[in-house]
Design a protein around this ligand. Sequence first.
Ligand code: GLA
Length: 394
Amino acid sequence: MTNNDLMVKFLDIYGGNADGVRVFSSPGRVNLIGEHTDYNGGYVFPAALSLNSTVLARPREDGKIRLMATDLRIPVEADLDQLEKYKSIKWGNYQLGVADELQKAGYRLTGCDLLYHDTVPLGAGLSSSAAIEVATAITLISLGDSSFGKSRHIDMVETALICQRAENRYVGVNCGIMDQFASAMGRKDHAIFLNCKNLDYRHVPLNLKGYKIIIANTNKKRGLGESKYNERRNQCETGFELLRPALPGAACLGDISFEEFEQYKYLIKDDIIRKRVEHVITEDDRVLKSVEALQDDKIELFGKYMTASHASLRDLYEVTGVALDTLVEEALRIKGTAGSRMTGAGVGGCTVSIVRDEAVNTFIDEVGRNYLAKTGLKADFHISEVGDGGREVI
Ligand code: GLA
């Protein structure tokens, strides 16, 4: 749908004319490497996609937020001064959670009519929720500022943190900061090298000369994914508590080097907890090395770290499963694949692969065919473009 089509739809739903309707947008992300490290104070390396959540918005004066999406029939209506009431609604809780956290952070909001249109596939591990949250946040901040005669440059890092809080406290998903940060801070043709402990970051040019980034969706529903996610978080915390007495200077697993882990891993008697911690520590190391490889134009080496990351997520962190493992195995069979791994929380969702330009068509044909034959599932492929972070669309 073009922005024009969306405007027609907006006016169809909410009436009036196009004057005063503004358009905002924020992207989903693909994480190139650094998985399950963010909530451990480690490194991540995501890039914003050109798939977005787009919001058309117009202020209203009665303190109500009305929400609608292009693929939804039932509108949601909420009072800005009673946001606690809507936590359990099925659709709209991400948006209202953001409104709630913005108000708690001192932002003055106005009522408004909002229409959402999402091109990030939902529930596929490409951060459709962070895209919606960040798009909502910049919309509500901008409309509030205009209504109350304030003008400011939106602090996108603070916005990302508010969106994460909305997801943690309002929606009840205990996610880290990576997704919201990538959606808010993305830059076209760059990945973001982010230290999740202190939010230091750097945009790194994605000069993948001769290669493409291919995202493949397993189309396997995540099912119990969320409970596994929280369980992994708890296991990491337990592991850290066991290492801490030996390393009093460390505040999180991200502070512990591989050598220190090797020296003190005997303190973790439980095999499962030790494996989880080993994943986090080695993954952190892989992020550092792969960013270096990319900067040195060593794409094949970068790909090797990605593939090693998948093996670690499969064997040590155990968040892959048959669908993701099959897609990666099939991807690695193609001559011209530099590397392949799951991206996001895991269990279902997507893989990301780096593939030579001339092998892209074969990749899509053969991986798709073999994956279908082995799992009975049809994968979707997407040659990804790296886009900008959240913004008002002019
Ligand atoms: C999800 C979470 C992120 C991160 C990844 C795993 O996408 O929202 O915070 O933990 O899983 O790396």
